[in-house]
Design a protein around this ligand. Structure first.
Ligand code: NOJ
Length: 447
């Protein structure tokens, strides 16, 4: 069977600054949380450092040529905040601006659209030292940074994201020790998330006031959440989990309030600052598009635990990848349908989707990645089916265009890229999946 895509469908691929640039403190870049803490706690990063990644900082012309040859319609990448503001919110590093400016020019010269994240996962260390996201001054720092980026690049960027995966980079950082400030403090986590939403509104408002022709949103990690049984208690538990993980960002982004289903839970509402509802309502500004990263679903059942009354269960029937994700292409179809119903009239972009496989065998053997081809094919079937069902999915970005540094989740131990990096020589070679995706893009369809 043939699965077609609309002519203007944005076949893309993604990556991020701290995961492929290297040049960690070069040309005036300051410390960021990923590089700083991987020196302090190497054990949390599989003994790896972002400086040893793909060298995109030097090799971007070559990499962008490979993207062009692949036929990519759009490249999603991020700006490292600490390359622009290395030491504080006042001192700009011109070398950082010049570098990203040239990256953007090269992407456009190659005929691709540009999707840039302002903050992917590498907060500058000075932000952490000044109290991090929980400090309300964060809103001003982020504003200043965004303003410099919009002025320098705004006329050449098609899509902006303010924050990538805040459920990981903020919530998990404060509540589950996932990254700096490495806390297990749900109170602070929920407060930090609130500040981040206000910062998002502020930057969206700023962007819109500058009258560019591009669009702006935020990239949200979603896990379609399935109830263990069809019992209403389990189904409500699944709804609460989805609301707590993703709705907590998307309802404010598109509606100006927190998910109603959480409002009956003092465990959650008591951690929010006084007057939070009014603060959201007063500052609300709509985001332009829905952009989601989808890797895995989750499964829950009801549990009377005095928190949000759900607990995770394992689904034994579905395969997992080496990275720990459950592979379930139908989840992508389900989640875009749910989002379209919940937030109608918004274009949807799948800003990440991919499979992480442990490095085994020789470099030559690692070029043959049939598992990625199967994964991609099945997930693209889901996207095509969703479009046929009337869901406005406008683009798909595979993670990743090139092998990445996976930081906290395993350093350099996993393969995600269409393009292989030989970490001894930094030589690039296209994998089998690169050629497969090239054909998909050329045909505009998947078999
Ligand atoms: C989502 C993150 O945005 C990205 O940084 C990470 O590498 C991939 N997931 C794979 O885990």
């Amino acid at each position: 069977m043939k699965f077609d895509f609309p002519k203007d469908f944005l076949f893309g691929a993604a990556s991020s600054a701290c995961q492929i640039e290297s040049a960690y403190l070069e040309d005036g870049k300051g410390e960021d949380v990923t590089g700083y803490y991987s020196k302090i706690y190497p054990e949390k990063f599989a003994g790896s450092h972002p400086n040893d990644s793909a060298d995109f900082y030097y090799k971007y012309p070559e990499d962008i040529k490979m993207m062009q040859d692949l036929g990519l319609k759009c490249f999603r990448f991020s700006i490292s905040w600490s390359r622009i503001f290395p030491n504080n919110p006042d001192e700009i590093n011109q070398a950082g601006i010049d570098y990203y400016s040239d990256v953007i020019d090269k992407i456009r010269e190659a005929g691709m659209k540009v999707f840039f994240d302002l903050w992917h996962c590498d907060l500058p260390m000075w932000v952490i030292e000044k109290g991090g996201v929980v400090n309300r001054e964060f809103i001003d720092w982020f504003h200043k940074y965004a303003e410099v980026c919009f002025k320098a690049f705004g006329d050449r960027v098609d899509f902006w994201s303010t924050i990538n995966e805040p459920s990981i980079n903020i919530m998990a950082a404060y509540a589950y020790e996932h990254q700096a400030p490495f806390l297990r403090d749900m109170d602070l986590a929920i407060k930090a998330c609130h500040v981040a939403i206000l910062a998002h509104y502020d930057v969206v408002r700023l962007y819109k006031s500058m009258n560019f022709t591009g669009q702006i949103g935020a990239v949200i990690h979603v896990e379609p959440t399935y109830a263990l049984t069809m019992d209403e208690k389990d189904e409500k538990a699944a709804e609460r989990r989805f609301a707590f993980y993703s709705g907590v960002w998307m309802d404010p982004m598109f509606k100006g309030y927190y998910p109603k289903i959480l409002m009956d839970y003092p465990w959650y509402t008591s951690k929010l600052p006084e007057g939070f509802e009014k603060e959201l309502a007063d500052n609300f500004i709509d985001s332009d598009f829905i952009s989601i990263n989808y890797y895995s679903p989750s499964f829950v059942k009801y549990a009377d635990n005095g928190e949000l009354d759900y607990e995770f269960v394992k689904n034994q029937q579905l395969p997992g990848d080496d990275y720990g994700f459950v592979v379930y292409p139908q989840g992508l179809f389900d989640v875009v349908n749910i989002l379209h119903k919940t937030y109608p009239n918004k274009d949807i972009y799948i800003t990440e989707n991919g499979i992480g496989v442990k490095k085994e065998g020789t470099l030559d053997e690692q070029l043959v990645d049939d598992y990625r081809i199967n994964y991609l094919r099945e997930h693209l079937h889901s996207v095509s089916n969703a479009i046929k069902a009337g869901v406005p999915v406008k683009g798909y970005f595979h993670w990743s265009i090139i092998d990445t540094w996976e930081g906290y989740a395993g350093g350099y131990n996993f393969i995600f890229g269409f393009i292989q990096v030989n970490y001894q020589t930094r030589e690039r070679r296209p994998r089998k999946s690169y050629h497969y995706y090239k054909e998909v893009i050329k045909q505009g369809s998947v078999y």
